[in-house]
Design a protein around this ligand. Structure first.
Ligand SMILES: NCc1[nH]cc(CCC(=O)O)c1CC(=O)O
Length: 306
C-alpha cells in the first residue's frame, strides 16, 4: 500500500494530539500520511439523512461524514466518544494501547470541601455526576461542557471547588495540574483512555496496515466494556461505568449503573479466566438489569424523555 493516508481529526488540542500520535506510529512503520483537521459544522450535506446512515455520535459525526465522503482515509477518536453502533460502511480498524483510564478531580483551593457538606464541583457527564452524588450526597454538581481546555478555563472563572476530567486527556496535552486527585473509586466510562481508529470497511488494504497498531489486550477489554454499555443502555445515555483489566490469565470486570441523582445503583464485579470471556459484557449487563438495573434504566428513560 503506497497511498498517502489522510488522517482526519477534530481541531481541539486533544484531538490533534491524538491524530499526531497515530500519524507518528504510521510513519514509523514507513507509511506516508497527512493530517486533515475537520471543523465541526452544522450544515452537513449528504444524499441520505444522518440517521439513515447510522450516524449518531455528537463528537464523531463530522469525521464519519468525511470518511463516507472519502475526504479522509481514517478517523482518530477518543474511543469513549464513539457510539456503540458504528455507521454502516465504517469499521473499527484498530484500538491503541490504553493510557490511564482514571478520572481525576482538579481542585482549586485544597480538598477540605470533600469532608464538608458544602462541596461544589462541576462536570457535564451524567456518569461522573451520579457517582459523585452517590459518594457525596450533600454536594452540589454544576454542568460543565466544552473541550478540555475550555473546561479548565471555566473552572478558573467559576466558584467551584473542582472539576472532573479524564486523566488521559489532561496528560496527553500536558495540562494535568499539581492539584489533581486521582478518583480511584470512580468507575470510568467504557473505553476511557483508549483511542480508536475508524476506516471504511471496503478499504481492505488499509485495514491490514492499521491492524498493526491494534493492541490486543486493550481491544478485548474495550470490547467487553462497550458490549456491556450497548446491552444496558439500549440507545439511551445513562450513568454507566465499566472497566475491564487483564491480570495474567484473568480478566477482571467492574460495571456500574447509577440513577441520575446517584441514590440508586446496580453494580457487578467478576473475575473470569481469559478463555471464558466470550459474551462477558452482555452477560454482566443482563445480570445488572435483573438486579435492580431494569428499574433504574426505566426511570432514567422517563426522566430524559421529558
Ligand atoms: N468527552 C470528552 C472526552 N473524550 C475523551 C476524553 C479524554 C480522553 C479519553 O478518555 O480517552 C475527554 C475529556 C474528558 O472526559 O475529560
Amino acid at each position: 500500500m503506497n497511498k498517502i493516508i489522510r488522517i482526519g481529526t477534530r481541531d481541539s488540542e486533544l484531538a490533534m494530539w491524538q491524530a499526531r500520535h497515530v500519524q507518528q506510529k504510521l510513519e514509523a512503520l514507513g507509511y506516508q500520511t497527512s493530517l486533515v483537521p475537520v471543523k465541526s459544522t452544522g450544515d452537513i450535506v449528504l444524499d441520505k439523512p444522518l440517521y439513515e446512515l447510522g450516524i449518531t455520535g455528537i463528537f464523531t459525526k463530522t469525521l464519519d461524514v468525511a470518511l463516507l465522503k472519502e475526504e479522509i482515509d481514517i478517523a482518530v477518536h477518543s474511543m469513549k466518544d464513539v457510539p456503540t453502533a458504528l455507521p454502516s460502511g465504517i469499521v473499527k480498524a484498530a484500538v491503541l494501547k490504553r493510557a490511564n483510564s482514571n478520572d481525576i478531580l482538579v481542585v482549586k483551593n485544597g480538598t477540605e470541601f470533600l469532608d464538608s457538606k458544602k462541596g461544589h464541583i462541576a462536570t457535564g457527564s451524567l456518569r461522573r455526576k451520579a457517582q459523585w452524588l452517590s459518594r457525596y450526597p450533600k454536594h452540589q454538581v454544576s454542568d460543565l461542557r466544552g473541550n478540555v481546555n475550555s473546561r479548565m478555563r471555566k473552572l478558573e472563572e467559576n466558584p467551584w471547588d473542582g472539576a472532573i476530567f479524564a486523566s488521559a486527556g489532561l496528560e496527553r496535552i500536558n495540562l494535568k495540574p499539581e492539584n489533581a486527585i486521582s478518583l480511584d473509586w470512580m468507575v470510568p466510562a467504557p473505553a476511557q483512555g483508549a483511542m480508536m481508529i475508524a476506516a471504511l470497511e471496503k478499504d481492505q488494504a488499509l485495514l491490514k496496515v492499521l491492524h498493526k497498531l491494534n493492541d490486543y489486550e486493550t481491544d478485548i477489554c474495550t470490547t467487553i466494556e462497550r458490549d456491556f454499555l450497548r446491552t444496558l443502555e439500549g440507545g439511551c445515555t445513562a450513568p454507566i461505568g465499566a472497566l475491564a483489566t487483564v491480570d495474567v490469565d484473568y480478566l477482571h470486570f467492574k460495571g456500574v449503573l447509577h440513577s441520575l441523582n446517584g441514590k440508586q445503583k446496580a453494580e457487578i464485579e467478576k473475575k473470569v479466566l481469559i478463555e471464558n470471556i466470550e459474551g462477558l459484557g452482555a452477560i454482566c449487563a443482563r445480570e445488572i438489569l435483573m438486579n435492580g438495573g431494569d428499574a433504574i434504566m426505566k426511570k432514567i428513560k422517563k426522566a430524559l424523555a421529558n
